[in-house]
Design a protein around this ligand. Structure first.
Ligand code: TXA
Ligand code: MG
Length: 345
C-alpha cells in the first residue's frame, strides 16, 4: 500500500457517536487507534489482508512481526483457532477480559498477514469497555499492535498516539489514560509446557496458580543470542527506546545518587522512583513507587516519552525488581536500554 502521510486524522470522543464512527471506519478497512486497558492499539479488520497490511506500513513494522487479534466475547475464539486447548479455557476463565494474550494454532479465517507466515495466532479479549464496544461495533475481530511507530515506547494516551501517528491513520478514539500501562502478557499454549513470551500485569505467579508450571522464554530477561530464533518475533527488535542512550542501574538509591553526581557534567538525566528525584542533583523523571510495580507499569512509557521531550541524551534508570509485575517493567526497561546495565551492588 502506498503510505499516505497527509491524511487528516479524526479525533473521536469516548461516546456512542465516537464508537459508532470507529466501527464504521474499521469495517471499511481503515486504521483506528483505540484505547485498551494496557496501551493504545492500532486496530484494523483482522479478516482483511488489505487492512492488516496497512498497519505494517503505518507503523514501519517489520513484516515478520505478527499481530494480536482482539475479540469482545469468548464465543468469537473458536472461529480463530483449530481447537481450544484446556489451558486456554482455564486462563480465559481467570483473566479474560483482561491483559492476557494466548497463542494457539490458527484457523484459516484470519488474514495470513496477521500471523506473518506462522501457523499460530495470538488472541486477546481486552477489559476496556470502549475497546469491547468498538470490536462489537466493527462486527469483526480486530488485529491491533501498540499504536506507536515501530521501536518507540508504546502509547498510553491519545496524545502519544498523535505524536507518532498524526496524518498516518484515519482516527484515534480518545479514551483517556490506560490503566495498566504496559502491553499484555503473552503466553504460548502451542508447546507441551506453556511458555511465557512477554511478561505483563498478569504475572507468571498468577498464571501458575491456575495451570501449574510454565516456562519463561529466555528472551524475557536477556538479549537474544546472535543467530537464535525468537519464539516471539517481536523480541528480537529494538524496542521501547527513547532517543536518549539509556543505562539501567542496579543498586541502592545512595549509590545511584553518587553515579548521577559523578556524571553530572555529561548532561545526564535520571529515570527514578517517586520521591527520589530531589536527591540526585540532575534533571529527573519519576516513573512510579519503588515498591509498587503496578504504578511503575502505568508510568514507564509516558516517562520515557517525557525524557525525549526534555532532550535527554544520556539517562540513568533505577532498576525495578524482577518478580511479579516488576518483571514486565524490567523487560521493557532492559530493551529501552538495549541491555546496557551498570551494577553498583
Ligand atoms: O496489550 C497488548 O497486547 C497491546 C494492545 C493493543 O492489545 N498490543 C500489543 O501488540 O502489544 P504488539 O504488536 O505491540 O505486540 C504483540 C507481540 C509481539 O511481540 C509479537 O511478536 C507477539 O506478540 N506475537 C503476536 N502473534 C504471535 C504469534 N503467533 N507467535 C508468537 N508471538 C506472537
Ligand atoms: Mg508494540
Amino acid at each position: 500500500m502506498k503510505m499516505c502521510d497527509n491524511m487528516k486524522t479524526e479525533i473521536l470522543t469516548d461516546s456512542a457517536d465516537g464508537i459508532a464512527r470507529a466501527g464504521e471506519l474499521l469495517r471499511s478497512g481503515s486504521l483506528v487507534a483505540i484505547p485498551t486497558e494496557t496501551v493504545y492499539g492500532l486496530a484494523a479488520n483482522a479478516l482483511s489482508s488489505q487492512a492488516v497490511s496497512s498497519i505494517f506500513a503505518a507503523k514501519g513494522r517489520p513484516q515478520d512481526n505478527p499481530l494480536i487479534v482482539h475479540i469482545s466475547d469468548i464465543s468469537e475464539l473458536a472461529a480463530l483457532v483449530t481447537d481450544i486447548p484446556e489451558n486456554a479455557l482455564t486462563l480465559a476463565e481467570a483473566f479474560w477480559p483482561g491483559p492476557l494474550t494466548m497463542i494457539m494454532k490458527r484457523s484459516g479465517i484470519v488474514a495470513p498477514e496477521v500471523s506473518c507466515g506462522l501457523d499460530t495466532v495470538a488472541v486477546r479479549m481486552p477489559s476496556h469497555k470502549t475497546a469491547a464496544a468498538i470490536i462489537k461495533s466493527a462486527g469483526v475481530p480486530l488485529s491491533a499492535p501498540s499504536a506507536n511507530l515501530s521501536g518507540k515506547p508504546s502509547p498510553t494516551t491519545a496524545r502519544h498516539v498523535l505524536d507518532d501517528m498524526d496524518g498516518r491513520i484515519a482516527a484515534v478514539l480518545d479514551g483517556g489514560e490506560c490503566s495498566v500501562g504496559v502491553e499484555s502478557t503473552v503466553i504460548s499454549l502451542c508447546s507441551e509446557t506453556p511458555r511465557l513470551l512477554r511478561p505483563g500485569a498478569v504475572t507468571p505467579e498468577m498464571i501458575e496458580s491456575c495451570i501449574g508450571h510454565i516456562d519463561i522464554d529466555p528472551a524475557v530477561t536477556d538479549r537474544l543470542q546472535n543467530g537464535a530464533v525468537a519464539a516471539s518475533p517481536g523480541m528480537k527488535y529494538k524496542h521501547y527506546a527513547p532517543k536518549a542512550e539509556v543505562w539501567l542501574v542496579r543498586g541502592s538509591l545512595d549509590s545511584f545518587a553518587g553515579l548521577c553526581r559523578d556524571e553530572k557534567s555529561g548532561g545526564v538525566m535520571a529515570l527514578c522512583f517517586d520521591g527520589e528525584g530531589g536527591r540526585l542533583g540532575v534533571p529527573f523523571v519519576e516513573y512510579g513507587g519503588a515498591n509498587d510495580p503496578l504504578s511503575q507499569c502505568r508510568g514507564l512509557f509516558s516517562a520515557l516519552r517525557t525524557l525525549d521531550e526534555l532532550g535527554a541524551v544520556k539517562v540513568f534508570a533505577r532498576c525495578p525488581e524482577q518478580d511479579g509485575a516488576g518483571l514486565a517493567v524490567y523487560n521493557r526497561l532492559a530493551r529501552a536500554a538495549a541491555f546496557r546495565i551498570i551494577d553498583l551492588r
